[in-house]
Design a protein around this ligand. Structure first.
Ligand code: UD1
Length: 352
């Protein structure tokens, strides 16, 4: 059996790392293609190093651009590889432009598409990631769902064939790596356990418009007067803060470059709370038994909101939501048993 995995952005490197080990154990040949959507050293290389991911067999080097341009460039280059390699299956992950590009190419070449992290739905309907998810799920042949809610979401859209609840592959990784989490940054910054907030922010709807970003940072400034905030800044956000001249709001905030998975998880484990608009981090925070304040109108990971563990916030109520005293008991795992990788490989082996 020959599989092509197409990855390109930070969260996909992490997901592939788990499956790669399973493929190896099962003697399955996996060809790794990196689209180059994320290309900065600390957005890409560092993940390959710290998670011991094999070097890509192909690097498409597409870089940044408008959505159509990016997706189109990936499709042009990826199609050549799929034609040459003739895989039995193409694997795509999550919700990025790389995901959609891979799914379209494979599907039109009549190669079965497997979507890891299928069935996630989130408003607004027109956010780029939602468009990528919905379209990928429409054409995928195997839909590997991280939660039962994701299976339900697909059912509502009449997608039931090839749908499997396998659990969340990021929980697999969390369990595998937990003992190796690093506390170098935590120590270097002399942070105090349970006394600081870790923050990440990169969504287009939060950072691309000055007025919205300014309001969010205004709330952050208010919070930073009461709690230490550590903020590894995504390049998109970094650019906007500079362009809109909003640095003044972050005077009290500890600003960092984006950091690798092991150190980020070390920071999560020792934190008090997390403020984020990242999809993946919302769950990782929960695996670490910490709570996230999510700066989004909605989240693909609604299960944790329904359970009142994580909270949605906006540019007006971020401060209040962060200091909200509503204590709740840790809800048991809703994202499987940490064996998603094993299950996915078993299913693929049976099918091909
Ligand atoms: C992408 C995904 C998002 C995911 C995120 C993880 C899409 C539509 N979105 O968002 O779902 O949560 O990755 O990080 O695919 N840039 C650099 N260096 C890099 C990468 C990006 O400078 O290595 C800058 C560029 O200016 C680029 C911008 O960041 O235009 C946005 O990058 P892009 O890959 O389009 O989307 P993300 O915001 O990273």
């Amino acid at each position: 059996m020959k599989i092509i995995s197409l990855i390109g952005a930070r969260p996909q490197f992490i997901k592939e790392a788990v499956l790669h080990k399973e493929f190896e154990k099962n003697g399955i040949k996996e060809i790794l293609v990196h689209s180059g959507q994320h290309y900065d050293k600390n957005m890409s290389d560092i993940f390959f190093q710290t998670l011991n991911i094999k070097s890509p067999d192909y690097y498409l080097n597409i870089g940044s651009g408008n959505h159509g341009e990016m997706t189109g460039k990936i499709m042009i280059e990826f199609e050549k590889i799929v034609i040459k390699e003739k895989p039995d299956i193409v694997l795509v992950y999550g919700d990025t432009n790389t995901t959609l590009a891979g799914a379209i190419v494979a599907s039109k070449l009549k190669i079965p598409v497997a979507h890891v992290e299928a069935g996630i739905r989130q408003k607004p309907k027109d956010m780029p990631e939602e468009i990528n998810r919905v379209l990928t799920d429409r054409i995928a042949n195997y839909l590997f769902c991280p939660s039962k809610l994701a299976v339900e979401n697909l059912k509502k859209e009449n997608i039931t064939d090839g749908v499997y609840f396998v659990g969340d592959i990021m929980y697999d990784l969390y369990k595998i790596m937990e003992k190796q989490f690093k506390y170098e940054i935590f120590e270097k910054l002399k942070l105090k356990e349970n006394e600081y907030i870790l923050m990440t922010m990169h969504r287009d709807f939060n950072v691309d418009k000055k007025e919205k970003l300014e309001k969010i940072l205004n709330q952050i400034e208010k919070i930073s007067k009461e709690k230490t905030i550590v903020f590894p800044i995504h390049p998109r956000t970094q650019k906007r803060i500079k362009e809109f001249k909003l640095e003044k709001y972050l005077e009290k905030v500890i600003k960092l470059e984006p950091i690798d998975y092991l150190n980020l998880m070390g920071l999560v484990k020792k934190s008090w709370k997390i403020i984020t608009d990242s999809g993946g981090l919302q769950k990782e925070v929960y695996f670490a038994q910490k709570q996230a304040i999510i700066v989004m109108p909605d989240t693909g990971w609604r299960g944790l909101i329904k359970l009142k563990w994580n909270k949605l916030a906006n540019e007006k109520n971020l401060y209040n939501k962060t200091f909200d005293k509503n204590e709740i008991k840790y809800p048991e795992n809703i994202y499987g048993d940490g064996n998603a990788g094993i299950k996915i490989v078993e299913i693929l082996k049976r099918m091909i």
